[in-house]
Design a protein around this ligand. Structure first.
Ligand code: ADP
Ligand code: GLC
Length: 477
C-alpha cells in the first residue's frame, strides 16, 4: 500500500471550474478503492462546498505567514482532504483563479507558491502526523513548484506530475522570483525559467520523476510545436518519463439509471424513455416540444480551445436544418455576445444558457440527441464520455482524448458495432458542418441510430482501469 499525497487546486464536488475538478474528485476515490492510502491537499477557498466535519489539524508558519491545515473528507467518501487555510490568499469569493470579471487574481503566483510549499511540508511529514508520503501526485501548473522544491530534498517521496492542459502554464514576470523566495538553484533555463518568465508548469515537467497526461494521443501531440507551446522540446527530451493515461468518468454521478437530476431514468433496455427527457429538456429550454427533430447540444467553457467560433460560424446554416440547438456555457464575453445575438434571431430553435449549472448539464446530457465537441485541442475531454453513457451521440474533432474515446460511424464500424459517434479532422467550420450533416443523415435511420446509442452506452469509461495504470506507474518509480 502506497501513501499518496494528491495535490490539486480543485476537486468536485468541493469546487470546480472544469474537468480538472472531475478528475481530481474521482481518481483519488478510485485509488482508495484499490486499497491505497491517499490524501488530497487543496486550498481552503471561501466557496468550498464541504460536507460534514472540518477539524483543525495543525498550524505552521511559512514565508512569514500563518497557515492552518484543516482536515475533512471528500463528500460521501472516506478520502481524507487536507485544506490549506490562509485567509489572506484563499478566502476569496467565487472562482479559485479569477475575479467575477474573469481577471486572474493579481497575486496568483504568491497564492499557489504558498500552496506548493505547504504541500511539500505536508508530504515530508514536517507537520508531525506520522504520515510521510511515498508518492506526491501533482496536477497542472498550480502545483508545479512541488516537484521542483522536493527535488532539493534528500529523503524525498517520488513525484508524478499530470498535465491536464498545456495551454495553462502559470507564467509570471521574472521579477517576481525574488519575492517568492524560491531556492536560487531552481532559477535557470533548464529549471523554472522560460522565455525570461517564471514558469510553474516547468517545475513539474523538469523535476517530476514521471509526467503523465490525460490521453495517449495528447501525450504525442504535446511533443509537437502545435500543442507544446514552446515546451515540446523539453517534453520530447523527457519522453521516457512521459505517459498518456486516459481519464475515466464518475460512473455513479453520470449514470442515466440513477441520475437524480433527470426527469426519467433509463438504461439500454428502456432507451425509449430518453424521449421523456428530451421533452423535459425542450420544456425547460422554452423550445417547442417536438420528438421528431434532433436536439443538438453543447456544454462547455466558452474559450478558443473548444472551437466555439466554428460553432458560431455554423449556426446560421444549422438553423436551416430540422434541429434544435441547446447550449450551456460561460466564458469569453465576445462569444457570449455573438451567441446571444443568434439566440435572439432564432428563439424557436436555439436555447442559450450562459452560466454554470450542474443540474442543467445533466438534463441536457439526458435529453439531447447529439453532442458537439469540435475542440481545437482536447487533452482528454469528459463530456463526450458522459454523452455516450447517456446515449447522446457525440460529434468530435479527432484530437487528444476525443480521438481516443469516440469511434467514427463509418460503414465498417457501424457493421461491427463499434461506432459511437461522428469524428472529423480539420478544424474548420466547413468540416464541422459536414460532420453535422453526416450525423443528421444517420439520425434519420432510427434503427441504426438506436443501435449506435446502445453501443455507446455500453462502453466502459470507469476509472478502475485508469487508476490501475496510475498505480502501476507509482510502483515503477
Ligand atoms: P475542460 O476541463 O477543458 O473544461 P472537460 O470536458 O474535461 O473540459 O470538462 C468539463 C467539465 O465541466 C464537464 O464536467 C462539464 O459538464 C462541465 N461544465 C463545463 N461548463 C459547464 C457549465 N456551464 N455548466 C455546468 N457544467 C459545465
Ligand atoms: C483539462 C482539459 C480537458 C480534460 C481535463 C481533465 O481541463 O482541457 O480536456 O478532460 O483537464 O483532465
Amino acid at each position: 500500500m502506497k501513501k499518496i499525497l494528491f495535490v490539486t487546486s480543485e476537486a468536485h464536488p468541493l469546487i470546480k471550474t472544469g474537468g480538472l475538478a472531475d478528475v481530481c474528485g474521482s481518481l483519488p476515490k478510485a485509488l482508495a478503492e484499490l486499497s491505497q492510502d491517499i490524501r488530497l491537499i487543496m486550498p481552503n477557498y471561501k466557496a468550498l462546498k464541504t460536507k460534514g466535519d472540518v477539524r483543525f489539524l495543525c498550524s505552521l508558519r511559512i514565508d512569514n505567514r500563518d497557515v492552518n491545515i484543516l482536515e475533512t473528507r471528500m463528500p460521501d467518501s472516506d478520502v481524507i482532504v487536507w485544506l490549506v487555510d490562509c485567509a489572506e490568499f484563499f478566502n476569496y469569493p467565487g472562482n479559485p483563479y479569477t475575479d467575477e470579471q474573469g481577471n486572474a487574481w493579481p497575486n496568483n503566483d504568491e497564492r499557489f507558491a504558498l500552496f506548493c510549499r505547504v504541500a511539500v511540508v505536508c508530504a515530508l511529514d514536517r507537520i508531525n502526523q506520522d504520515w510521510k508520503a511515498d508518492i506526491v501526485h501533482c496536477n497542472d501548473w498550480q502545483t508545479g513548484l512541488v516537484p521542483a522544491i522536493l527535488s532539493l530534498e534528500d529523503d524525498r517521496p517520488a513525484t508524478v506530475f499530470t498535465i491536464h492542459n498545456m495551454a495553462y502554464q502559470g507564467l509570471f514576470p521574472a521579477s517576481h522570483v525574488a519575492s517568492l523566495n524560491l531556492p536560487g538553484q531552481l532559477w535557470h533555463l533548464d529549471g523554472l525559467e522560460f522565455n525570461n518568465m517564471l514558469s510553474f508548469i516547468k517545475g513539474g515537467l523538469v523535476y517530476a520523476d514521471r509526467i503523465t497526461t490525460v490521453s495517449p494521443t495528447y501525450a504525442l501531440e504535446i511533443q509537437t510545436p502545435e500543442f507544446g507551446y514552446g515546451l515540446e522540446g523539453l517534453l520530447t527530451y523527457r519522453n521516457d518519463a512521459l505517459v498518456g493515461i486516459i481519464n475515466g468518468i464518475d460512473m455513479d454521478q453520470w449514470n442515466p439509471e440513477t441520475d437524480t437530476y433527470i426527469s426519467k431514468n433509463f438504461d439500454i433496455k428502456t432507451l425509449a424513455k430518453k424521449q421523456i427527457n428530451k421533452a423535459d429538456l425542450q420544456k425547460k429550454s422554452a423550445l417547442p416540444e417536438n420528438g421528431q427533430v434532433p436536439v443538438v447540444a453543447l456544454i462547455s467553457r466558452l474559450v478558443e480551445q473548444k472551437g466555439i467560433d466554428m460553432v458560431i460560424d455554423c449556426l446560421p446554416e444549422m438553423m436551416t436544418m430540422p434541429m434544435q440547438f441547446v447550449l450551456l456555457g460561460a466564458g469569453d464575453k465576445d462569444y457570449e455576445k455573438r451567441l446571444q445575438n443568434l439566440a435572439r434571431l432564432y428563439p424557436d430553435k436555439i436555447a442559450l444558457t450562459l452560466g454554470y449549472n450542474e443540474a442543467l448539464a445533466h438534463t441536457i446530457e439526458a435529453g439531447a440527441d447529439i453532442f458537439l465537441m469540435p475542440s481545437r485541442f482536447e487533452p482528454c475531454g469528459l463530456n463526450q464520455m458522459y454523452s455516450q453513457r447517456y446515449g447522446t451521440i457525440p460529434i468530435v474533432r479527432k484530437t487528444g482524448g476525443l480521438a481516443d474515446t469516440v469511434i467514427d460511424a463509418i460503414p465498417e464500424t457501424i457493421a461491427d458495432g463499434t461506432a459511437t459517434g461522428v469524428v472529423f479532422s480539420e478544424a474548420s467550420a466547413g468540416t464541422l458542418i459536414e460532420a453535422i450533416k453526416r450525423a443528421m443523415l444517420l439520425y434519420t435511420n432510427r434503427d441504426a441510430w438506436n443501435k449506435m446509442q446502445i453501443d455507446a452506452m455500453q462502453k466502459d469509461f470507469s476509472w478502475q482501469r485508469s487508476a490501475e495504470q496510475y498505480l502501476a506507474l507509482y510502483n515503477s518509480i
